[in-house]
Design a binder for this molecule. Structure first.
Ligand SMILES: [Fe+2]
Ligand SMILES: [Fe+2]
Length: 171
């Protein structure tokens, strides 16, 4: 994820909705927290930004290291791309913390926009494949998602898609 002065992401407000559920409960709970952290930054005043960004950084360390551990421990195929994407995003968050400490609130707001754009795709391609894998490993079956906004119908998650090669640093 490259944050340059010319970064021009549309102003996406990230909100939790059942379409983000992947069917592996430990991951879904953490993803809801991630969305809350990004929302908190998007809604924060300039004075509230450092605390909101710290909360996101703490969350990201836990979120990404847990998924990395699941992939390593279960020998998840093609895990390198996913682990690298986590590392790139965390690096950006830590860099923006340094810039914010020097008073650059604009870069922090840009980070929140970038994360709001990035997360649905990451969840849809990389995390969904991992959720599918973890359900098979631990529960012996495909994830089942109950989406309230779709009339509470049971929808089996599609077969895991191959990890997409997109590198967030090039977006
Ligand atoms: Fe995730
Ligand atoms: Fe992930």
């Amino acid at each position: 994820m490259q944050l340059t002065p010319s970064s021009d992401s549309s102003n996406v407000a990230l909100e939790w909705h059942d379409g983000l559920l992947l069917g592996y409960a430990p991951m879904d709970g953490v993803h809801e927290e991630f969305v809350a952290c990004v929302c908190a930054i998007q809604q924060a005043s300039d004075e509230q930004l450092p605390d909101a960004l710290q909360a996101l950084a703490d969350h990201a360390v836990r979120h990404f290291s847990e998924e990395d551990r699941w992939m390593e421990e279960s020998a998840f195929p093609a895990r390198e791309c996913h682990i690298n994407e986590h590392a790139a995003v965390l690096k950006s968050v830590l860099e923006v913390q340094e810039l914010l400490a020097r008073g650059d609130t604009a870069v922090c707001r840009r980070l929140a926009r970038e994360l709001a754009n990035w997360f649905p795709g990451h969840a849809d391609y990389l995390d969904s494949a991992l959720a599918h894998w973890m359900c098979k490993q631990r529960l012996g079956g495909k994830p089942v998602v109950i989406r309230r906004d779709l009339g509470a119908r049971l929808a089996p998650v599609e077969d895991a898609r191959s990890a997409h090669p997109a590198d967030v640093q090039n977006r």
